[in-house]
Design a protein around this ligand. Structure first.
Ligand code: 5CA
Ligand code: ZN
Length: 396
């Protein structure tokens, strides 16, 4: 059958049991979960690059005729956020609220399609506590003093997951990363030094909630495991984030979900590369940040930022420099000049971009494909401009 451009409406047919015409609904729902921000020092270029990568994936799913359900969390209770709030004398709730608003407006400026569900961990305390209580019952969790830890070895026996399944790392590497990234491998009384905390009992001056587990707050990985289970079908189609989350965060998110459901957390674990600045990973803890809001305040066009980010493959690690931004500025100017002469018609860019981007979201090659037409002086059609907007998120 010849393939026509675009997609027609879903056929509806009569159902004997219901005696009415129903939607056939043959199209699968793509379930995407991407780890959201810890709301302080948002939104830097690294964050923006990660969310633009998954925005491209969503655009391609939608273009392919799939429905998408997209969930993102907000880690609005966590050590670094509480430390920052304490250091600046701002209430942690106020700090988180302001930063979430800033993040949302930055994402909107960058034409990032918002999640269908944007969920803060503070809205999910009860389901998290109940999930941890179930793990205590099934023996995949244990107490160390008043805190609750995940029993990696027990989960490996009881579920399809085992330690290292998602990350593929050896124990020595996992131990190093665990202490660097919020774990506590040296704490006495744990069954495996790598076991992560599921529930942290109340400490003086820390936020706390009263639950079936007593007073306290959730650990980090269980947050994403439970939010994903509450709002999406498990296994997820894709679980995403940048590569700093491969271990321990996504390893144990997968472990917690497997222990709770007996199923794999996700079909695909996807990771974006890390953006660095002045030689080091752009990070809140190092303070080497370029903020999207700062660039916008300097009158940078958000499309220039988006084009600069899309010029790097989402899976590579790369450095934000003035030259990268300058490439976005120059490209937008060239493309706008080219687009101003657009004529009616469908054009052929759509199929070219679809094919390039479908192969692991190769945005740099997609930009090159447009550049080639700009350089050749090929007059674009309005269909070509629509394709650039739909698939690359750049409205000319
Ligand atoms: N709240 C947790 C995830 S549950 C967290 O990692 N928050 S974050 O604010 O540190 O990062 C938000 C998202 O941006 C995560 O997906 C993270 O992997 C990604 N990210 C952080 N730093 C960078 C960077 N330098 N380059 C690319 N992506 C980054
Ligand atoms: Zn997460």
């Amino acid at each position: 059958m010849p393939r026509l451009p675009g997609h027609g409406p879903l056929p509806r047919i009569h159902d004997t049991a219901l005696d009415r015409v129903v939607e056939t609904d043959p199209i699968a729902l793509a379930g995407l979960y991407v780890c959201g921000i810890t709301p302080y020092d948002a939104t830097h270029i690294g964050h923006a690059a990660t969310y633009i990568a998954y925005d491209t994936l969503i655009r391609l799913w939608l273009d392919a005729g799939y429905d998408v359900s997209y969930v993102q969390n907000v880690t609005d209770v966590d050590e670094p956020l509480l430390e920052r709030a304490a250091a600046t004398g701002v209430d942690w709730r106020v700090l988180a609220g302001e930063q979430v608003e800033l993040f949302r407006s930055d994402m909107q400026a960058l034409a990032v399609i918002p999640p269908d569900h944007y969920v803060a961990v503070t809205e999910m305390i009860e389901p998290v506590a109940e999930a941890v209580a179930r793990m205590l019952e099934t023996g995949t969790a244990y107490r160390v003093d008043e805190d609750v830890y995940f029993d990696s070895a027990a989960a490996a026996v009881a579920s399809p997951w085992h330690l290292g399944q998602e990350s593929g790392l050896d124990t020595a590497t996992m131990l190093t990363l665990s202490s660097e990234r919020g774990g506590d491998p040296e704490r006495p009384g744990k069954r495996d030094p790598l076991d992560p905390v599921l529930w942290r009992a109340a400490r003086p001056d820390e936020p706390r909630w009263s639950t079936v587990l007593g007073e306290g707050r959730p650990g980090w990985h269980i947050e994403c495991s439970v939010i994903a289970q509450e709002l999406l079908d498990i296994p997820l189609t894709v679980n995403g984030g940048a590569s700093d989350l491969i271990f321990p965060h996504h390893e144990f998110t997968a472990g917690h979900t497997a222990a709770l459901t007996g199923r794999d957390h996700a079909r695909v674990y996807s990771h974006a590369g890390l953006v660095s600045y002045r030689g080091e990973k752009m990070s809140k803890s190092l303070g080497n940040l370029v903020l999207v809001s700062g660039l916008l305040a300097d009158a940078v066009d958000p499309r220039e930022i988006r084009l600069a980010i899309l010029s790097k493959h989402y899976r590579s690690d790369w450095e934000w420099t003035d030259a990268v931004l300058a490439s976005g500025v120059a490209r937008l100017a060239d493309w706008e000049r080219w687009a101003s002469a657009a004529s009616d018609g469908e054009g052929t860019l759509r199929d070219e971009l679809r094919e390039i981007l479908a192969a692991d979201l190769d945005a740099p090659s997609a930009l090159d494909a447009v550049d080639a037409r700009v350089a050749a002086g090929t007059v674009p059609t309005l269909g070509d401009l629509d394709s650039i907007e739909a698939l690359l998120g750049i409205r000319l």
